[in-house]
Design a protein around this ligand. Structure first.
Ligand code: GLC
Length: 427
């Protein structure tokens, strides 16, 4: 199975705004954090220099405390809400005030291992420091009590904005936004494929709360009514720590290596508390109530990507996924089709996302579930071939949905075509 490689490359080139790649024209006119990490790996399949630039431009937005923001507003645009005037952060390149899943160190290792240029060492050494500062920030700002697992303070930080995993916590929010809501997304895309107005009111209410606290992490932690231990973020951070540790062998100190190892050991142990044996999946924990969130989502499979589950749990995750695919044949639905909240066309409440498929396929391959990994990769490429390089796909029909000409989907197409049948690549 393959896609039109030239067409996928052309999408990255068309979305290139000078060293950074917008997710797609108009709908997302800035640089997004985890999009760029995947996109850098996509560039690395054919343009090494451009892959480095993607990562370097992202850290132009990195804050002094180490946070890599979820959006870097390199150039103004009226096509997106909320823009810099709503975020009210103080960074000199305007940025948002929250982060996104830290794929950065994984992308950095990937680009470095492929790189042939004479400046690869120096570039990687500099970016290693940025990645380390970002992981240290996660630890300090988002796990101040030292539990081993980090929490997100806004659904947008998960990258899975309107996942049913956030429903209960969002429904409890009594905060009102002070900023008038001027959605731009639904002038580009049908409202039935996007989060609802009620979600947006709550998203912006949280932004207003944190802006009022000057985006100060300790104050945000204390005041936040939304504190969720997201499975995806922790799994991605764990995988990123694994990759950071490899880079630290070359670029870091003994003390840094020990710090990363200690964090990984604590996190690996704490993950056991997110495993739901009855539901055969990992589930988020709501720190507001201390309870486990009942939704089964594709995030719950991502610990495979980080090597967290034991072999028996990996088998259970495979069986759980098979039961989803009996209802929705195009892998991997973002919400279990057995969950009453499953909506096949609404963003993170059902549709298939290529980047998530990439991580899940890597995860199953890591555990020797090669047939399932190959099935996910083949199906992902088939979705792109038949449904276009879309933002996401309907898991019941395969239809391409949301924005078109989408950068991270193209990047995953390039990555999966590059080595479609490989096992664990040790990303
Ligand atoms: C949406 C997605 C998020 C992504 C962004 C840009 O907000 O939920 O994960 O990073 O779009 O593609």
């Amino acid at each position: 199975m393959t896609i039109d490689i030239e067409a996928a490359r052309a999408i990255l080139r068309a979305n290139d705004r000078g060293g950074y790649t917008v997710p797609t024209d108009r709908l997302y006119p800035f640089q997004w954090n985890w999009d760029s990490a995947f996109v850098a790996m996509g560039w690395a399949t054919f343009d090494e220099e451009r892959a480095w630039r993607e990562l370097e431009r992202l850290v132009e937005g990195q804050w002094n405390d180490g946070m890599v923001p979820h959006i870097v507003f390199h150039a103004p645009s009226d096509d997106y809400f909320p823009g810099p005037d709503v975020w009210r952060t103080r960074h000199s390149v305007p940025t948002s005030g929250i982060t996104q899943p830290p794929v950065f160190a994984t992308a950095l290792r990937h680009v470095f291992e492929i790189a042939r240029g004479p400046d690869a060492q120096a570039r990687a050494a500099r970016l290693y420091k940025c990645a380390l500062a970002s992981h240290d920030w996660w630890d300090r700002a988002r796990d101040p009590e030292g539990t081993g697992l980090v929490a997100i303070l806004h659904p947008w930080e998960s990258g899975m904005d309107n996942s049913p995993a956030w429903d209960e916590a969002m429904a409890r929010l009594t905060l009102q936004p002070t900023t008038p809501i001027r959605r731009r997304d639904i002038s580009h895309i049908g409202a039935e494929m996007r989060p609802r107005d009620e979600d947006y009111r709550r998203f912006i209410a949280l932004v207003d709360l944190y802006a009022g606290l000057g985006w100060e992490p300790a104050a945000m932690w204390r005041a936040s009514p939304f504190k969720l231990v997201d499975v995806a973020t922790n799994a991605i951070l764990h995988k990123a720590d694994e990759d950071l540790l490899v880079l630290a062998e070359k670029f870091g100190s003994d003390a840094e290596r020990r710090r990363i190892e200690a964090r990984m050991a604590r996190r690996a142990a704490a993950f056991a508390g997110l495993w739901n044996q009855d539901r055969r999946i990992y589930q988020a924990r709501d720190l507001g109530t201390g309870t486990v969130v009942s939704a089964s989502t594709s995030a719950g499979l991502l610990p495979l990507f980080a090597g967290i589950p034991g072999a028996r749990q990996a088998d259970e995750l495979a069986a759980e996924l098979e039961s989803w695919l009996a209802r929705a044949p195009y892998p991997v639905p973002s919400t279990s089709p057995l969950d009453p909240r499953f909506e096949p066309k609404r963003y993170w409440r059902g549709p298939v996302w290529a980047v998530v498929n990439f991580m899940i396929a890597e995860g199953f391959a890591r555990y020797g579930h090669m047939a399932l990994a190959a099935r996910i990769r083949t199906a992902t490429l088939a979705l792109m071939r038949d449904g276009g390089i879309a933002e996401y796909f309907d898991p019941t029909s395969g239809e391409g949905l949301g924005g078109g000409q989408f950068s991270w989907t193209a990047a995953i197409g390039l990555l999966m075509t590059d080595q479609p049948t490989r096992g664990q690549r040790g990303l």
